[in-house]
Design a protein around this ligand. Sequence first.
Ligand code: GSH
Length: 230
Amino acid sequence: MSGMKLFYWPTPNGWKVSIALEEMGIPYDLVPVNIGKGEQFTPDFLKISPNNRMPAILDYDVEGDPVPVFESGAILWYLATKYKMFIPGDIMRQKECLEWLFWQTGNQGPMAGQLSHFRNYAPEYGDHSYALERYAGEYDRNLGVLERRLMGRDYILGSEYSIADMMVWPWVLIAKPLGRDLAHFPNVRRWRTMVKERPAVQRGVDLGKEYRRGAPPTDEERRILFNQKA
Ligand SMILES: N[C@@H](CCC(=O)N[C@@H](CS)C(=O)NCC(=O)O)C(=O)O
């Protein structure tokens, strides 16, 4: 086998990597990981992604055994450096790229994820008013950080579209379903539209759309996704 296997479920975190593979024109096979059914806990998947989260990839275009990569930021970095695409060539600009990948991983991603959890997955589980206020505030604070970064820049790294945009864009795409408004973030709005118009981005977001949830999670899905312990 050659190319890549993409372990994926259609969510903002999954889109980061489906978008990157589409943008880079890398052939891949989709392996759906139905997180509502607990497929992220199978021993075979844990060998690829020890944190029981998708996305992950298995790269067959290597010498020897296929190489697993987990964490979306690490996957984007791996692909961009391997194929020398969507990443600046010089070390100082690469440093900036890495800063925004880490920023997403440690800030925008977890805050948006928790906002989505309390708002869209667990609304009937008691009073979440402080959690909602906290995570909505943090989501907006991160939008403010991005707004300032995009002031006077087309993309996060300047005039060039890069993996930093692929990393940050998916959680901005779904601002409205998260109950947030981009009205006060004109540069974020402009950038969101510009990225959305890219055909590869549209293909990435459409990947596996037949699996998307149209309804609130079932009790069984909640049992799997909530209250995970060591
Ligand atoms: N920091 C991780 C986050 C990945 C993540 O949270 N994936 C979620 C879906 S959006 C998942 O696999 N959840 C499975 C679970 O909660 O058990 C990344 O960026 O790759």
